[in-house]
Design a protein around this ligand. Structure first.
Ligand SMILES: Nc1ncnc2c1ncn2[C@@H]1O[C@H](COP(=O)(O)OP(=O)(O)O)[C@@H](O)[C@H]1O
Ligand SMILES: [Mg+2]
Length: 347
């Protein structure tokens, strides 16, 4: 079989990014592949300078290429991506130090109403059934809804040292931007303010004992997001979408945004994928499969489909998440599978 760039690319999917279960192709590390007759040139682009990671990846790529039939000669070049910042905004070069938190997982969407917060809550709960020390940060300045979804009415206490003590609910440590602002103020938030609040949430909240922090980001992919995302050393991001074409356009923007910031995309979640009628029939209300198609197109993992289930909405309104009240439902099972995938990707 003649050598093709596609063939080489798919062989390179065997190479995992050090410390992750994800491969370097889906992380966007493989920047270019050139094939001329039996000669192959692979150019790698690393998100940040790191000699150890660079040599591990290069060595693994070398191994794969030397085992590939038909290659007479190969060349591997490595470059490091320039650290870009959004124009006109102050962005720290270093994310704030945070003792304790090992993994930051962002839940993002191009627009509101697709179920981003629902996914964040239920993923956090499912993760906490599998691992200890999960926290949840509601950073959606435009519509902080997680306290309601978890049935939290109280506000966090502050220590004499002015550290905020997160609320504990259902075994999760929770902090919400809704605790700090009035609902009416949320609409006037601007990028730098959001950025400051997130930074404060990382630095001034007592997260000790939190290993995994799920972050419900504000919807959108604009400049404010670039700045916000850079305030947190994200381990990876989930992109939530509904199946309609109009929603899928935002997936592309989301993928581009995280790639620009070198944040690994853990995968795409399709919410409101289908409805199961009381008679047991499956109906695709908004169409189905768009999330999977987008994932294939952008070469990121597809993590699962969450059905429309009235219990999800009820649970959200009443502060009783479906993953706790109806753990055997199809929806809860879908959240469980996604959580497993998230954990295996980031650990
Ligand atoms: N799969 C689903 N089935 C039924 N209702 C859902 C589902 N996903 C989300 N909802 C409901 O839709 C509304 C919007 O979801 P939410 O998570 O608040 O979206 P976002 O955070 O993206 O704005 C909420 O009332 C929520 O309970
Ligand atoms: Mg929300």
């Amino acid at each position: 079989m003649p050598l093709t760039t596609e063939g080489i690319k798919s062989s390179l999917k065997q190479v995992k990014y050090p410390g992750f279960s994800r491969d370097i192709v889906s992380f966007g590390i493989v920047n270019d592949i050139e094939v001329v007759d039996s000669k192959v040139r692979v150019s790698l682009l690393l998100p940040k300078p790191d000699d150890k990671i660079q040599s591990e990846i290069t060595e693994s790529v070398r191994k794969v290429l030397s085992k590939t039939n038909g290659i007479s000669d190969f060349d591997i070049s490595v470059n490091v991506r320039e650290q870009k910042s959004a124009p006109g905004q102050q962005i720290p070069t270093e994310a704030p130090a945070q003792p304790g938190i090992k993994h930051f997982i962002a839940v993002a969407s191009g627009k509101g109403g697709v179920g981003k917060s629902t996914v964040a809550v239920n993923i956090a709960i499912e993760m906490s059934k599998l691992v200890d020390n999960v926290g949840l940060m509601d950073a959606d300045v435009y519509g902080p809804s997680i306290p309601i979804m978890l049935g939290v009415n109280s506000r966090p206490q502050v220590t004499p040292e002015k550290k905020i003590i997160p609320i504990e609910k259902y075994g999760l440590k929770l902090i919400s931007i809704g605790f700090l602002v009035n609902e009416d103020d949320a609409v006037i938030w601007r990028g730098p303010m959001v950025h400051g609040a997130i930074k404060q949430f990382i630095e001034d909240v007592l997260w000790e004992g939190t290993d995994f922090l799920v972050i419900d980001l504000p919807p959108g992919t604009g400049d404010a997001h670039l700045s916000l995302i850079q305030a947190v050393p994200l381990s990876g991001a989930l992109i939530v979408t509904t199946p309609q074409e109009v929603a899928l356009i935002d997936v592309k923007r989301g993928v581009q945004m995280f790639r620009k910031l070198n944040v690994p995309i853990i995968g795409i979640v399709e919410n409101m994928s289908y409805l199961i009628t009381p008679g047991g029939e499956t109906v695709d209300i908004f169409g189905r499969g768009g999330g999977r198609r987008m994932a294939e197109k952008f070469e990121v993992p597809f993590l699962g489909e969450i059905p429309i289930d009235p219990q999800i909405r009820k649970g959200g309104d009443q502060g009783t998440p479906i993953t706790l009240t109806h753990a055997d439902s199809s929806a809860a099972k879908a959240f469980r599978e996604i959580s497993k995938e998230v954990l295996s990707t980031i650990q």
